[in-house]
Design a protein around this ligand. Structure first.
Ligand code: FES
Ligand code: FES
Length: 161
């Protein structure tokens, strides 16, 4: 039996007809047409499928679409609707990624961290992205970019006071 659910995805409302076994990752990619959530391990280990669910990171390969009926999802496509976010700009400047497969998940994990802890320590950044596996980099540039974005935004906030 199929179910009709409604998701708010990147500020757009999506009524969707789904099967009980449809996972959120497949619905976002196959039905909503978003390509940033990636299929990696599809068992909760790699973090490539990370999205924000009601502003908290989740692994969309582990969540049934019917479980999140009525909830809000944000993917990388929904960040910085007017251009790159400060974090994304720093990641680009520092060439923090190589293949980029892990990038959407890393960006959302770091975005969640910076929303909660605008001035994080290096260890806090490392911990925040620990669930996002990257096969290409040593993580150092990614961590540097997150810290640079934090410094830029807290510096800007300090100047406004
Ligand atoms: S694809 Fe979801 S955690 Fe790996
Ligand atoms: S840049 Fe290739 S997996 Fe991270």
């Amino acid at each position: 039996m199929r179910h009709t659910i409604t998701l708010r995805v990147n500020d757009e409302v999506w009524p969707l007809d789904v099967a009980p076994s449809d996972v959120l990752l497949d619905v976002l990619r196959g039905r909503v047409g978003l390509t940033s959530p990636k299929a990696g391990c599809e068992r909760g280990d790699c973090g490539a499928c990370t999205v924000l669910l009601d502003q908290r990171t989740v692994r969309s390969c582990l969540i049934l679409a019917v479980e999140v009926d009525g909830h809000e999802i944000v993917t990388v496509e929904g960040l910085g609707m007017d251009g790159l976010t400060a974090l994304q700009e720093r990641l680009v400047e520092l060439s923090a990624f190589q293949c980029g497969y892990c990038a959407p998940g890393v960006i959302l994990s770091a975005t969640e961290l910076l929303a909660e802890a605008p001035d994080p320590t290096r260890e806090e950044v490392q911990e925040a992205i620990a669930g996002n596996l990257c096969r290409c980099t040593g993580y150092a540039s990614i961590v540097d970019a997150v810290l640079a974005a934090a410094r830029a935004s807290t510096g800007a906030a300090a100047q406004e006071v």
